[in-house]
Ligand binder design. Structure first.
Ligand SMILES: [Zn+2]
Ligand SMILES: [Zn+2]
Length: 217
């Protein structure tokens, strides 16, 4: 599988624009899923174009939670490419797609691609879903902000196997023991304790940023 970060608080590829928010493209099991859309459609589309990614190549969109820095670009993207959108069942913002799937329970989206349960955010009045992808090395979990807490998300995702990696925003996560057995931690976007994670797990830690490509074979 391949994950391409296209929207992030920092830019890994200096040709791309950095902006507060998160979005990545997940290529796995012959599907191309846009995970979250960042805050602004214009930046999302500009970064995609610089990465030579055609919006027409996106099969589906998965929105982790109803925060503007994750769903802000959705409306503009759907005008160009009105595909299926997965959202948490309690998602409030209007989704202008003819095909919206609201997720509450853990569900298989495709062979090898799953959504976690809709989990309640801690300290936020919203719910969040995360993507879990099967690889030969284990489960790769893609997260938006991890408001339900990383440990709760990983416990939920482990119903599909041993967790190999986590990629995305970990917010205030500081229960560092919980990720000690992971082989890859790409903690980016809103993650507050990047430097602690990096010093505790230098081999597993990877910096994110728009333009970062993570290939897991
Ligand atoms: Zn966020
Ligand atoms: Zn958030």
């Amino acid at each position: 599988m391949k994950i391409t970060i296209i929207y992030d608080n920092t830019a890994y590829d200096k040709n791309l624009q950095d902006d507060f928010g998160f979005s990545c493209i997940v290529d796995a099991h012959e599907k191309r899923i846009l995970f979250d859309t960042g805050a602004k459609g214009s930046i999302l589309l500009a970064n995609m174009s610089k990465l030579d990614i055609d919006p027409e190549s996106i099969d589906e969109i998965f929105i982790s939670h109803d925060h503007w820095d994750h769903q802000g670009g959705l409306g503009e993207f759907l005008k160009i490419r009105p595909v299926r959108v997965y959202v948490p069942s309690q998602f409030q913002t209007t989704v202008n797609s003819p095909d919206v799937i609201r997720i509450s329970k853990p569900i298989k989206l495709h062979d090898g691609i799953y959504s976690t349960s809709e989990l309640k955010g801690i300290g936020y009045d919203l719910t969040e879903i995360s993507l879990a992808v099967e690889t030969e090395k284990g489960i790769v979990v893609v997260v938006g902000c991890s408001h339900p807490l990383v440990s709760t998300i990983l416990d939920d995702a482990s119903q599909w196997g041993k967790i190999y990696a986590i990629v995305g925003g970990l917010h205030g996560f500081n229960d560092f023991e919980k990720v000690k057995n992971l082989d890859l931690i790409c903690a980016t976007h809103c993650t507050k304790h990047k430097s602690e994670l990096k010093s505790l797990y230098p081999d597993a830690f990877m910096d994110g940023g728009a333009g970062r490509i993570i290939e897991i074979l």
